[in-house]
Design a protein around this ligand. Structure first.
Ligand code: ZN
Length: 183
């Protein structure tokens, strides 16, 4: 859960970072940036900001923003009905970004969110440079984290059904609840 004013602030901050990364976005779309806390109510620690450029029944393209040291929790994209699952390519645009995938423990620069060792199981660290990209097949687990400057990246994929993604952390709810500010 986040408050309405936290949401507005995060949208503004995400928009500034996108512009710093050289991505043109009009003022009118800032309110469309999705602020996701994964139901964990600690947005700065675990969360992501997402601007969907397109999402049809076949393809999707998004800009993702991570604030400094913000982590997107470990997840995978399962098969849904006739859809074999989301195939996703991530392309790093700006900032400090590390990904965690299956493989031997190579964690050096990143960190596991405090007290959450059992729901961040992947420790194979990949440090991405702007221009680097990675492709994930359906069911391939991953999580990612920004460094000190935060990160801006593109996600190109087949149709997105975020509500159906699988997460290692059972406490996660993909749909963020926005609460009115206290009067
Ligand atoms: Zn993903």
């Amino acid at each position: 859960m986040i408050t309405a004013s936290e949401k507005t602030k995060a949208q503004q901050r995400a928009a500034e970072m996108m512009r710093k990364a050289g991505i043109n976005i009009r003022d009118g779309v800032i309110s469309r940036i999705e602020v996701v806390d994964f139901g964990l109510s600690q947005l700065e620690v675990e969360g992501v900001q997402v601007l969907t450029m397109v999402n049809t029944d076949r393809l999707a393209a998004k800009v993702l923003v991570l604030f400094p040291n913000q982590t997107e929790p470990e997840h995978w994209h399962p098969k849904v009905g006739d859809d074999p699952g989301k195939q996703e390519t991530i392309r790093h645009i700006w900032g400090d970004l590390r990904f965690y995938v299956d493989g031997e423990d190579k964690m050096k620069e990143g960190f596991v969110v405090d007290g959450k060792e059992d729901v961040y199981t992947l420790r194979h660290e990949l440090i991405l440079q702007p221009g680097d990209q990675l492709t994930f097949e359906p069911y391939e687990k991953h999580w990612f984290q920004a460094g000190a400057r935060g990160a801006v990246l593109y996600s190109f994929s087949t149709t997105v059904r975020d509500g159906l993604d699988g997460f290692t952390d059972p406490a996660i709810q993909r749909i963020t609840i926005i609460k009115d500010d206290e009067k």
